[in-house]
Design a protein around this ligand. Structure first.
Ligand code: NAD
Ligand code: ZN
Length: 378
């Protein structure tokens, strides 16, 4: 089959690789209909996190089951399914507590498992024609048959639940206000989730005009970083009160790409703008391993961060990989009912062969490439 293969920093190719097969009775093989490129792929693409040449990328996958192991009970050949990016067993202590992003069986030493990440288990990615899905009864979410809402459902593997998780960690209640830092696909999904949850006002901070426009289109208030300090802009619009909560959907940004002028500036802005006793949900990744990073970045995700202010204001903070399975079924139901259309973030649909070019353009933040979905079966 054909797959998107990592060759080294800033280079992926589309190559012929061995077909996946059932390796365990709990596995299924899925023919991928849609697989998305994610900001998280860039951490490997740019050479910051561990990635061995030869691995297949892709953790935002959906498709049709074409083969099922003898132990699989709830999923059948022909089912249309979405796979959470977290690979999880369903029976370890963390999975039993719904913390599927931290499965102890698939990856005891680290933060859970994922497709297409060397550091997160031996699972090949789904930017390919086919994907092996382990513990399939647990790791497949059934979707309605057919092709309706394909790009909406494609957002269920990662960014819709991740954005939702960022807000859920704050405990936002209807009528509250929230600041979302970062208007990439994850930040936009966080803002969208906050709107769905009944936030009275959602501020979304970024500097990319396309992204600010999308934020406005879903009912958020865009705050343009290039117009000055976002904290001052938001305080200005809230009579100096700030917002009840905040989400960091930026994380580590390579200097020059999104522009990491102050590595800790995003978290520090949130500590300033969130009112005392509010909460901050961090979904942006700080797992940096960039040998060229400035000292403050340290290459280990260490930051100069205003912990004193965090304490003084009694702020709470939630972090970590989204436990996709906690949310994906409910978010699927909203899509089925026509009450959520997260595909508004999708900016381009391309065949698998276009992946190398799409990665380059996405990495350069080119307009039109903010959320690319690949169609391997097209
Ligand atoms: P992205 O790079 O497309 O989006 C980041 C956005 O932040 C960009 O639009 C950029 O212009 C903006 N930005 C840069 N500096 C900023 C600043 N100082 N203030 C405000 N905005 C700023 O990435 P994405 O795909 O949206 O993902 C965002 C983060 O979420 C990444 O770190 C990604 O790895 C992470 N992520 C986490 C999970 C999880 O489970 N926790 C899942 C998926 C992605
Ligand atoms: Zn992703």
């Amino acid at each position: 089959m054909r797959a998107v293969v990592y060759q080294g920093p800033h280079e992926v190719t589309v190559e012929q690789v061995e077909d996946p097969r059932i390796e365990h009775p709990d596995d299924v093989v899925v023919q991928i209909t849609t697989t998305a490129i994610c900001g998280s792929d860039l951490h490997m693409y740019e050479g910051r996190t561990l990635a061995e040449p030869g691995i297949v990328f892709g953790h935002e996958n959906m498709g049709t089951v074409v083969e099922a192991g003898t132990g699989v009970r709830g999923i059948r050949v022909g089912d249309r399914v979405s796979m959470p990016f977290n690979v999880a067993c369903g029976f370890c202590r963390n999975c039993r507590e719904q913390k599927t992003g931290f499965c102890l069986t698939v990856n005891p030493g680290f933060a859970g498992g994922a497709y297409g990440y060397v550091a997160m288990g031996p699972y090949r990615g789904g930017q390919a024609e086919y994907l092996r899905v382990p513990f399939a009864d647990f790791n497949c979410l059934k979707l309605p048959p057919g092709t309706e809402h394909e790009n909406d459902y494609a957002m269920l593997a990662d960014i819709f639940p991740t954005g939702y998780h960022g807000v859920a960690m704050t405990g936002l209640r209807p009528g509250e206000r929230i600041t979302v830092m970062g208007g990439g696909p994850v930040g936009l999904m966080a803002a969208y989730s906050a709107v769905l949850m009944g936030a009275a006002e959602v501020f979304l901070v970024d500097r990319v005009p396309d992204r600010l426009r999308l934020a406005e289109s879903i009912g958020a208030t865009p705050i343009d970083l290039s117009a000055g300090d976002p904290v001052a802009q938001i305080l200005d619009r809230t009579d100096g009160v700030g917002t009840d909560h905040g989400v960091d959907a930026v994380g580590y940004q390579a200097t020059g790409a999104g522009g990491a002028e102050q590595p800790a500036s995003v978290l520090n802005s949130l500590v300033e703008v969130v009112r005392a006793t509010g909460a901050i949900g961090v979904v942006g990744l700080y797992l940096a391993n960039d040998p060229g990073a400035p000292d403050e970045h340290s290459g280990k995700g260490e930051l100069l961060f205003k912990v004193g202010k965090l304490f003084e204001k009694g702020l709470r903070m939630g972090t970590g990989q989204a436990n996709v399975k906690t949310y994906n079924e409910y978010l699927r139901n909203l899509i089925m009912a026509g009450r959520a259309t997260p595909s508004f973030v999708v900016s381009k649909e391309l065949p698998l062969d276009a992946a190398p070019d799409a990665y380059q353009r996405f990495d350069r933040r080119e307009a039109g490439y903010s959320k690319v979905v690949l169609k391997p079966a097209a």
